[in-house]
Design a protein around this ligand. Structure first.
Ligand code: 5RP
Ligand code: FE2
Length: 212
């Protein structure tokens, strides 16, 4: 059975106090801390941090290497942005001591990530975006749960992550479809008791795993 992992999205945190916000989330029971890095192409937006990269080598330089050095445990990249380079990227992520994951936007079919899961050097996590990447506080897209169900059936022990619009009112849909890694921004940071929300998210995943 895959372990539930709850990952508060730091996009909804107080950026002036990132370190203490991270510590607060860990004290509240977070398993992972989720950091979005947007390149201005896959994640458009008025988001508070957009990193503009002009070439593939520059993307590698400004993201993978420093994040590995800084101690990130995983690095998830968008399949849409790495069609020709994913093998090289997976290798680089692993060589920097991180777990490789792949993410897909709502309009991207799930079949696009199969080659990355079936490779001899596979990714170890799939992040199914449940909103268009770019902003916190958007509405969860329940129709994305078909992708999660399909993946869970095909890969029973894969880490399957969902990101966007997750909170107490949507978690049961994601958990019962088979997601075990839950990213949540506004529902956790906006709560008066973030620990309670994190516990609720984890319990939903655990309960679904018991019944499925
Ligand atoms: O990737 C994202 C948006 O593109 C973020 O993880 C976002 O912070 C999720 O926020 P929320 O839980 O409020 O929907
Ligand atoms: Fe995210």
């Amino acid at each position: 059975m895959v372990k539930p992992k709850i990952a508060p999205s730091m996009l909804s945190s107080d950026f002036a106090n990132l370190a203490s916000e991270a510590e607060r989330m860990l004290r509240c029971g977070a398993d992972w801390l989720h950091m979005d890095i947007m390149d201005g192409y896959v994640g458009y937006s008025g988001s508070r941090h957009i990193w503009i990269a002009t070439s593939w080598s520059q993307i590698l330089l400004i993201t993978v290497e420093p994040l590995g050095k800084a101690g990130a445990s995983g690095f998830t990249f968008h399949v849409e942005a790495s069609k020709d380079n994913w093998k090289e990227l997976v290798q680089l992520i692993k060589s920097k001591g991180m777990t490789p994951g792949v993410s897909l936007k709502p309009g991207t079919p799930i079949e696009d990530v199969y080659p990355l899961l079936e490779d001899e050097n596979p990714v170890e996590l799939v992040l199914v975006m449940t909103v268009e990447p770019g902003f916190g506080g958007q509405k969860f897209m329940p129709e994305m749960m078909d992708k999660v169900r399909t993946l869970r059936k095909k890969y029973p022990s894969l880490d399957i992550e969902v990101d966007g619009g997750l909170g107490p009112s949507t978690i049961d849909m994601a958990a019962s479809a088979g997601a075990n890694c839950i990213v949540a921004g506004s529902s956790v940071f906006g709560a008066s008791d973030p620990a309670q929300v994190i516990t609720l998210l984890r319990k939903s995943v655990e309960d679904s795993q018991k019944t499925n």
